[in-house]
Design a protein around this ligand. Structure first.
Ligand code: AMP
Ligand code: MG
Length: 413
């Protein structure tokens, strides 16, 4: 399953900045080469493997954009044209008899000889004779063939992630399947002797495993085949063996927990035992204990155990790595300006993410209020707030009235 060489990364630093991590992923990760034909109905979220060249013009033929009357524009107003003939959508239009107009409907082919349509709402008729008003330009209310895309033009770039609009465009071009990169096989482990699977009984010193489900849900929005690999015990040998076995059948492995510096944190050592560590510790709060490594050519991300930290590191590491591996354009996370309505001091040298509630003051002003509980372990700080507020590495202080960047969950999760 190995597609990356274990030494494709060569980073010797201690703590990796979020931008450096993104640049490393972009520079060193080679997209998978395999592609497959995907029916449009299953293409949502997939990545287009090749540039899509329009196999037909769009629209394919010259047609009316409104219901009305087609005629040949002759410059002047006040002309009187007898209405001769009628063409509905889907019908092949007879040619326009010179000096007449033809009743026409939206989407119908323009008759040969006609170049303009008078909208039916603007039409004055005397019996069967149309009185042309002033001010109608030649070509009004009709759509020339190829107006949107010429035959042979680039409709979509390679690496485009397919959403409803892209899928609709492919359908409009007559394509029923699209060449996509294959979905990435991503295995997700939780780690920790304290964890119990939801749906089972909780022991006296146990808590339920939530990260596996948060991560599987995050993966649901990406072009992957996510695989639930369960909970690993806090044992180095078992962890290394499980990573090595899973690396053989997956393109990417995600773990959470067990990656700090405690005696019961075995993920980093397991990555080193089964393969090679690329970096350990990301300069981000929450999320510092995160590791990246390679096991038999398969990248492994050791995400932090605290649930909010796991989400932040997923967004910074897993998302760009997945998009890169599937050959997708790695778009930056969507960030919007807001006005801080809080005070906050931070250490420089690491990027910090506060949870904020967003409030619109009038039509234009967006305010961010800091959520009062900041714990990296509290999932309710995500469910009860609206966005992450990004405080860059160099920043030391936020004051009320400062402009900050926020990443709304609705666009992220
Ligand atoms: P660790 O880094 O393993 O010490 O974990 C840090 C914190 O995150 C501890 O309180 C763990 O119990 C918690 N944690 C670790 N993994 C999970 C998980 N899968 N779901 C929920 N909490 C977790
Ligand atoms: Mg643990």
């Amino acid at each position: 399953m190995g597609r990356l060489t274990d030494d494709c990364f060569a980073f010797g630093g201690q703590m990796m900045g979020v931008e450096a991590a993104a640049a490393l992923i972009q520079a060193r990760v080679t997209p998978l080469a395999e592609t497959e034909a995907v029916p449009l109905q299953a293409a949502r979220g997939r990545v287009l493997a090749e540039r899509l060249i329009a196999p037909t013009a769009l629209p394919p033929f010259f047609n009316a954009a409104v219901d009305g009357y087609a005629f040949a524009h002759q410059g002047g107003a006040g002309l009187r044209l007898p209405v001769a003939g009628r063409v509905a959508a889907g019908a092949v239009a007879p040619p326009l008899i010179p000096g007449t107009a033809m009743r026409i409907f939206t989407g119908a082919a323009m008759p040969a000889g006609a170049d303009t349509v008078l909208m039916q709402e603007d039409a004055a008729l005397e019996g069967d004779t149309l009185l042309l008003p002033a001010g109608l330009r030649r070509g009004a209310n009709c759509r020339p063939a190829g107006e949107e895309l010429a035959l042979g033009a680039t409709a979509l770039a390679a690496g485009t992630r397919l959403g409803p609009a892209e899928i609709g465009l492919a359908a409009a071009l007559g394509l029923a399947v699209l060449p996509c990169t294959r979905r990435l096989r991503v295995g997700v482990f939780s780690t920790g002797d304290e964890l119990a699977a939801p749906g089972t009984l909780l022991g006296p010193a146990q808590s339920f495993d939530s990260n596996r489900f948060t991560l599987l849900a995050l993966l649901g929005g990406l072009p992957v085949e996510a695989c639930d690999l369960g909970i690993l015990p806090d044992q180095p040998a078992a962890t290394a063996a499980a990573l090595a076995a899973a690396a053989a059948t997956h393109d990417l492995l995600l773990t959470s927990g067990g990656v700090s510096a405690g005696e019961e944190d075995h993920v980093r050592a397991a990555i080193e035992g089964a393969g090679r560590l690329v970096f350990w510790r990301l300069a981000v709060k929450p999320g510092r204990p995160a590791a990246m490594g390679m096991v038999a050519g398969t990248p492994v991300l050791g995400l932090p155990g605290n649930p909010v930290a796991a989400v932040v590191c997923f967004l910074h590491l897993a998302r760009p790595l997945i998009l890169r591996l599937v050959g997708g354009q790695v778009e930056a996370l969507p960030r919007f300006p807001a006005i801080a309505d809080f005070h906050h001091r931070k250490k420089p040298g690491r990027c910090e993410y506060l949870r904020v509630r967003l409030r619109r003051q009038n039509a234009l002003m967006l305010f961010a209020d800091k959520f009062d509980r900041e714990g990296a372990g509290m999932l309710t700080s995500l469910t009860q707030s609206h966005a992450l507020c990004e405080l860059p590495e160099a920043m030391e202080c936020v004051r009320p009235g400062d402009t900050v960047l926020v990443l709304p969950f609705s666009a992220l999760l």
